[in-house]
Structures are given as C-alpha cells and as structure tokens.
Ligand binder design. Sequence first.
Ligand SMILES: [Cu+2]
Length: 172
Amino acid sequence: MRTLALVTLACLALALAACGVRTGASTPASAPAATLGSLQIVDPWARAAALAMPKTDAKTSGGAGAMASGPNSAAYMTIRNTGGADRLLAVQCDAAQAVELHTMEMKDNVMQMRPVEGIDVPANGQVELKPGGYHVMLIGLKRELKTDETITVKLRFEKAGEVEVPARVRTQ
Ligand SMILES: [Cu+2]
C-alpha cells in the first residue's frame, strides 16, 4: 500500500517535472514582446517626451552636435538570443524624423553619445539597450510620446531579418 502510494507520487512528480520544464522554458520571468527566429525582444520601451523643447537639457546635452529640429527621445530593450550571433543594423520608427543606433561613452570625462553602425547580439546571449549605454535614438520627434501609449519600432537584423516591436512609452 505504502509502496504503491510512493510509486504513484513519483510518477506524478515526474509528470509535473516534465510539464514544468516545458512551460518554464517558454515563459521566462518577462515574456518577450516579440520574437524573430532565435531572437527575443524583451521589455521594449521608449522615453516619454513632449514636443515643446525644454529649456534645460542637462541630461542629453553634450550629445551629437547638430540634430534635426524637434525634441529627441530614445528607445531601449533587451535582445535575447538562443541561436548564433547576429547584429542589429537599423531601426525605423514613424514617430521620429530619423532613427540612429547610439552608444554612450566617456570622452574627456564627459559622457557622450556616439552613433554606431550596429549592435552585436552575441550567440546564446543577450545585449541590453538601456539608459547610459546602447540605445535607439529617436531624432526629431514628429509627435509627443505620451506615457502608457505604445509606439512601433521596426528592427532590422543582419541575419534574422526584420521584426516590428511594440514599445511602451514611459518616463524611465
Ligand atoms: Cu543617443
């Protein structure tokens, strides 16, 4: 009787474990907003921005000199990769006049933004686009980016191709 119960329990545990492995793998802590082949785009977001140019712009000044008219913003995300190495080459966004890939780096003790040709996505790894690091620069906003709205950014990867990603607008 007791042995039977144990065996039953063991089977149950196995079944649960098998089940758990499957769902555990496909639903990580933060589910991707978009997937493209072996790439997962996690937590894409864009910084809220008003169209009226603020007088002081301490946070983004010292940036890449002459920019298009209108305020700028930036989009961020984590790109996870379960396959071979790839590279983010370009981003499109209807809300901005131009979109560039940027990084931040210290130059003469000043944090500066610098355009990059692409952002490497390591094989079986991930790259984070975040404030203070790699980001998608939205240059010359055509319209206000309001908190809680969703904008679409289209990512183009060297190998995986293109994918549209919904980016939530928030302040940070
Ligand atoms: Cu930038």
